[in-house]
Design a protein around this ligand. Structure first.
Ligand SMILES: Cc1cc2nc3c(=O)[nH]c(=O)nc-3n(C[C@H](O)[C@H](O)[C@H](O)COP(=O)(O)O)c2cc1C
Length: 218
């Protein structure tokens, strides 16, 4: 497909959403319970990687960046993901601790947006998760200077070989430059596609430590 065909395809294919309502009475008053209900339905619908989310961060110039991560835990009303503490996203978070997740479950025609502040989890939590990872992933965390420029792929493989040798016969400990972050939400929106673009949107906002629930116009 050439670019002209891409443009034609983008322009001509139209699809309406099915009619699966999501209203105030169906939605739990606690957004985490609501998330769990929808997550369960995503698992049942065999959504690929239902724990995947696009995390957006912003640098000191206000330039946003977005990329996928895996949400690996929910602790104390926050969503946890793991990454490299020297990566671009980590540098952004250091400069500006506001961030968001966007989750799209196409099979269910659903989107969840989560906005909040991001902070590191404790080293104990990061250790526990790191220790449970496969050894290859543990060595990968040592080998990869995530988001930095590589001369070529061999440079990465050489580093992996170096660390494989270094840890031979030993437990791979968590590097200081790798660990978890948690996004503590102040807003969570559940979006359900409906026909004619008249979608259902239920948003929860934290006001005085209580979740307030409202319907948004699509
Ligand atoms: C489905 C999927 C899941 C991913 N999960 C993670 C993750 O949990 N942690 C991570 O650091 N990168 C993950 N990545 C890679 C990131 O999207 C990204 O390339 C990397 O974190 C570097 O981002 P940065 O340079 O903006 O910091 C994932 C990518 C995909 C496509």
């Amino acid at each position: 497909m050439g670019l002209q065909d891409v443009k034609k395809h983008m322009n001509s294919v139209r699809r309406d959403f099915s009619d699966q309502p999501f209203d105030e009475s169906q939605s739990d008053n606690n957004p985490f319970i609501q998330y769990a209900k929808w997550f369960n339905e995503a698992v049942k619908a065999s959504v690929l990687d239902p724990y995947a989310a696009c995390v957006s961060t912003v640098d000191s110039h206000g330039q946003p960046s977005s990329r996928m991560v895996y949400i690996r835990d929910i602790i104390e009303d926050s969503f946890v993901f793991y990454t490299n503490y020297n990566s671009t996203k980590a540098k952004n978070i250091k400069q500006n601790n506001l961030g968001s997740f966007t989750i799209f479950w196409g099979e269910l025609e659903r989107q969840i947006q989560i906005k909040g502040t991001i902070e590191k989890v404790s080293s104990e939590i990061s250790d526990a998760y790191f220790n449970a990872r496969p050894r290859e992933s543990q060595l990968g965390a040592w080998a990869s200077n995530q988001s930095s420029i590589l001369k070529d792929r061999n440079q990465l493989i050489d580093r992996l070989n170096e660390f494989t040798k270094q840890f031979e016969g030993k437990q791979v400990t968590r590097p200081n430059h790798w660990g978890g972050y948690r996004l503590i939400p102040f807003e969570i929106e559940f979006w359900q596609g409906r026909p004619s673009r008249l979608h259902d949107r239920i948003v929860y906002r934290k006001v005085n430590n209580q979740w307030e629930k409202n319907r948004l116009s699509p």
